[in-house]
Ligand binder design. Structure first.
Ligand SMILES: *[C@@H]1O[C@H](CO)[C@@H](O)[C@H](O)[C@H]1NC(C)=O
Ligand SMILES: *[C@@H]1O[C@H](CO)[C@@H](O)[C@H](O)[C@H]1NC(C)=O
Ligand SMILES: *[C@@H]1O[C@H](CO)[C@@H](O)[C@H](O)[C@H]1NC(C)=O
Ligand SMILES: *[C@@H]1O[C@H](CO)[C@@H](O)[C@H](O)[C@H]1NC(C)=O
Ligand SMILES: *[C@@H]1O[C@H](CO)[C@@H](O)[C@H](O)[C@H]1NC(C)=O
Length: 295
């Protein structure tokens, strides 16, 4: 009897401990952020429970921190490794807060993230560990100074092709380079909006792009032909391929197979020929910017 009660007590104490410990890692993580950000603006009271209700810009569920949303805060500093301790985070939105430095690889520990939006002055590569964010539906690292290339998993290292729940991938206005790997897109993905404009991507447009609705690849250094075979983009409604380095090529036939098209922008794309007349039979087409044509 005694031992049963004893074991029960131990069990209760250890459950209690593990709850306190996971709550505590949130607090440790948040305080590390506060330190890294040399904060004078955040209303975070280091002496109290982050889920106690008096920490600004934090939301909790079941005593765990699930959301941090900071916009235009004029903070300084970087994103510390300890951010990876706030493991129940679902929303991490840091926009216009002037954060510098690299995105820590520990971001990949935040497996419950659904929305990761970081628009600051971040540099360095996109850590391959973001591929572990299986629940991510909104992935926005646009308007930073990120370098390096997009990565595809190889069985050991994760990659961005693993973001199968991502609806919205927005990496525009950075300094990303290299090819857009064809393996990035595959049939298990739910990707609808792919925004990679104003980077330094090279190579060809992969023909695997598939079921996206919005695609912006304008202002890169993509080369080769404007592909003649993106027939699978049947859902695309907005497409901007302007200002790349495509070689001179004929107006592609697939223009008029894009039956969902509302906006087509292809300025300075080295196209020769005339627009197919049946392009204008697409009922909801609103904007076409395809010029200049070369002779
Ligand atoms: C809080 O978490 C519970 C289960 O963990 C979930 O059912 C509920 O929807 C969550 N509430 C919010 C507001 O996210
Ligand atoms: C992801 O989302 C699903 C369904 O919304 C949820 O059951 C799961 O706990 C979430 N977290 C992870 C790590 O998959
Ligand atoms: C293009 O991206 C660079 C790098 O992030 C940025 O400095 C620049 O302002 C962007 N250009 C436009 C027109 O947004
Ligand atoms: C287009 O889709 C079909 C069927 O989903 C697939 O077999 C084919 O390889 C795709 N074409 C390209 C160029 O990706
Ligand atoms: C492409 O470049 C031209 C001239 O450099 C500029 O006028 C135009 O606005 C650009 N278009 C897009 C969509 O970036």
């Amino acid at each position: 009897m005694k031992t049963i009660i004893g074991q029960l007590l131990i069990a209760i104490i250890s459950i209690q401990l593990s709850i306190t410990t996971s709550q505590n890692t949130d607090r440790v993580g948040l305080l590390a952020l506060q330190r890294a950000w040399k904060d004078k603006l955040l209303e975070w009271n280091s002496g109290s429970d982050p889920c106690g209700g008096d920490w600004a810009d934090i939301k909790c569920n079941n005593s765990r921190v699930t959301s941090i949303i900071l916009t235009s805060m004029g903070l300084t500093g970087g994103l510390p490794m300890d951010i990876g301790q706030i493991t129940e985070l679902e929303y991490l939105i840091l926009i216009g807060c002037n954060f510098i430095g690299q995105i820590p690889s520990s971001i990949g520990n935040l497996e419950n993230l659904e929305d990761l939006s970081l628009n600051n002055i971040l540099t360095g590569p996109i850590p391959s560990s973001v591929g572990n964010l299986k629940n991510l539906s909104w992935f926005d690292l646009s308007a930073n100074q990120l370098t390096g290339s997009l990565t595809v998993s190889d069985g050991i290292t994760p990659g961005q092709d693993m973001l199968t729940q991502a609806i919205h991938i927005r990496l525009g206005d950075n300094k990303l380079s290299g090819d857009i790997p064809p393996g990035l897109f595959h049939s298990e993905m739910t990707l609808r909006h792919l925004l990679l404009e104003n980077n330094s991507f090279t190579g060809n447009i992969p023909s695997t792009l598939g079921l996206v609705q919005t695609v912006r690849l304008d202002r890169n250094s993509l080369g080769g032909d404007v592909p003649s075979n993106i027939n699978n983009l049947t859902n695309v409604n907005e497409m901007d391929l302007s200002n790349n380095s495509f070689v001179r090529s004929n107006v592609p036939l697939w223009f008029s197979s894009l039956r969902s098209l509302t906006t087509l922008k292809m300025q300075h794309t080295n196209l020769v020929g005339e627009l197919p007349a049946d392009l204008f039979s697409i009922p909801q087409l609103q904007n076409v910017y395809v010029y200049p044509f070369v002779d």
